[in-house]
Structures are given as C-alpha cells and as structure tokens.
Design a protein around this ligand. Structure first.
Ligand SMILES: [Zn+2]
Length: 345
C-alpha cells in the first residue's frame, strides 16, 4: 500500500525491457539457492500436516531411532500412498507405506495390537515402516564406518530403501539411478518443508532483491502512519511499472493467503521458508507466476507488479515476517533486513 507510486506511461517499452532482463537473469536464477538436503532433518515435525487419524502412529514411529524422524516417515508415506491405507500398486505394493508382500513378511508387526498383522492397517504399516527404515539406517552407519560406502547417512538410507542395499553397496554410495536420486530429493524436500517446523529457506541460503536493481523507486516507508494503513505501514513499497517481474527474495514454498486479499489483492503471494521462520509477502501484484504450494528458489519470478487491492499506483508492497506471523505481528523493516543480508535495496 502506498500513496502515489510511480505511474508508468511506457508499459510496452517496460514490458520488452523486463522480458529481455528476464532472459539475461536466467542463468543466475538457475544456479541460485541451496538445496534442501543441507537442511537439518532431525528438527521438529509439523504434525498439523499429518492427517489426524495417523498422527499418533507417525509421531511414535518417529521416536524409534534418531536417524529417522517423523518428518521423514511422513514424507515417505505422502509419496508412497498419499496417506491412503487401502492403496495398492500395479507392482503389488500394499497399504499406506506400500510394502511389497515379501518385505512385509519380514518386517510386518501388529502395532495396533488388534491381534492381526495387517498391511492394510495403517498403524501396523507405519510402525513397521519405522522398523525397516531404522534397520537400513543402522546398516548404512556400519557400512560408512567400515568405509564400504560414503555419503550423507540419510540420503544413503533413502537410497537403500528405494534401490536396495545391494545397489548402494555396489555403487559405494547413492547409486546413479535417476529414479533413486529423484526419490531422495522428493523425500528430503517434503520432510524439510511440508512436514517440518524448522527453517529451510533462509538459513545460509541465497537472498535476492524482489525487483531488478534500477527498475524501481524505493519509497522507504516501513512503519509510517498514513490514511491508507490501518495502524502503520507494515511493509516497504517499491514503485515500479506494472508488469515488472517480481522475484522471490528467498527460496521456499509459495503460499496463497486469500484472507489478505482485501488489501493485498487477489494475487497476493507469501514465500515461506518454514512453518515458523522467515516469510516474505508480495502484495498488489497484477498477476502471480506461481501456484499455491510451488517450491521456488531465491530470484525466481513469482509474479508481476500491479496495483490491485488497496493501492493507488503500480508498486510492490514487500513485507518480511521472521517468524511467519500474521499481519502487523512480527514484521520487520524489509530495507534493514535486506541490508543485513548484504543487499542494497
Ligand atoms: Zn505498501
């Protein structure tokens, strides 16, 4: 929200210029940011993301061994069956954790204590999945100590789960199977974002300006009072021609929040780095270039400057919420925050 942002009369020239700029910026975007594998995966699980009927089983299973957290188990179940206890696959995998019959014969246990070992009983499957994963983690630890294999223990354990320990041993590490490396990436990503309460995006990660340098006028108006703001200005306004690409300041998960639409417009986007870590807010955009839940890297285009919502001219209203709090709760001055990260807004 600002009072009198720059109104461009050269939309077409601006659009061409920004399109060219986007092409020039592309290689930088591709190499930007860290990957989620560097995140601490032993942190606290986001239990709200686990369907209520399975929550206790997953949390208990996550206590089985220190190597395999509830976040990792939840990410695996999400990937295997989408939390469907009746799931079956064409290959013969069964239940919420998609055990093959032979594996189930070895690992299946009656965790629900109903007198039956049942692969379609989600509590039996989830507990047994933890047993299997913890056993694989122990084997990986032993093989690393014996220098038979090398690599990051959790990645190796997930590789053993996906491709078999024989293939991990043969490759002396994560085997170079595209399916296996994609599986590891998927589980680490989900366990560090959707199923984690801990920061992933801005811890040692790249931080970028929301608009390309030289393409905006910084209004330096965080904290000011004014007729357009409920109490004080909770963000900073960057005036720029409508259509200017808006970039994610940090990596993270793009999140829609319709509850803010009245002032922030229908294409309001938040980039979350974790459930209770830094969130950046992008208000008044004319169009979003990301979908709800999409994972983005710092510097990636997430939308385009507009003047929708409570706005009197083309501009980006940027907010920084270090604890992912709500409106007027935990915001800090975006300019100061960006300067702390070594940028010159
Ligand atoms: Zn504003």
């Amino acid at each position: 929200m600002d009072q009198g942002g720059t109104r461009s009369v050269v939309y077409i020239a601006a659009a061409v210029a920004t399109a060219l700029l986007a092409l020039v910026m592309l290689p930088a975007v591709l190499v930007a940011d860290r990957n989620a594998a560097a995140a601490d995966l032993t942190g606290e699980v986001n239990s709200d993301a686990i369907p209520a009927e399975f929550r206790d089983s997953v949390l208990k299973a996550g206590q089985r061994c220190k190597e395999i957290s509830a976040s990792v188990l939840a990410a695996q179940i999400d990937s295997e069956s989408g939390w469907n206890p009746r799931a079956t696959s064409p290959a013969g995998a069964q239940g919420i954790s998609q055990f093959m019959p032979g594996t189930w014969n070895t690992w299946g246990k009656d965790y629900s204590r109903d007198g039956r070992v049942d692969v379609f009983d989600p509590h039996d499957s989830i507990g047994s999945q933890a047993d299997l994963m913890c056993a694989l983690a122990r084997q990986v630890r032993d093989k690393i100590q014996l220098r038979v294999i090398s690599g990051e223990p959790l990645e190796l354990t997930l590789a053993a789960y996906n491709a078999g320990m024989g293939n991990v041993t043969a490759a002396k590490g994560v085997p170079p199977f595209p399916e296996t490396t994609a599986y590891i990436r998927k589980i680490l990503d989900a366990s560090a974002t959707k199923y984690s309460l801990d920061a992933i995006g801005d811890v040692g990660g790249a931080v970028r300006l929301p608009l390309a340098p030289g393409r905006y006028t910084n209004q330096h108006n965080f904290g000011r009072s004014g007729s357009m703001w409920a109490r004080h200005h909770t963000g900073n306004d960057f005036s720029a021609p409508c259509g200017t690409p808006v970039r994610a300041v940090t990596g993270g998960v793009a999140t829609a929040d319709p509850s803010q639409a009245a002032w922030a417009g229908p294409h309001f986007v938040k980039i979350l780095t974790g459930q209770r870590s830094t969130a950046t807010w992008y208000a008044h955009m004319g169009r979003a270039a990301v979908t709800n839940g999409q994972r983005v890297q710092a510097g990636e285009v997430i939308g385009y400057v507009g003047s929708l919502g409570n706005s009197s001219g083309c501009h980006l209203h940027l907010e920084v919420h270090p604890k992912n709090g709500g409106y007027a709760q935990d915001e800090v001055d975006p300019n100061a925050w960006l300067r702390q990260k070594g940028l010159r807004p």
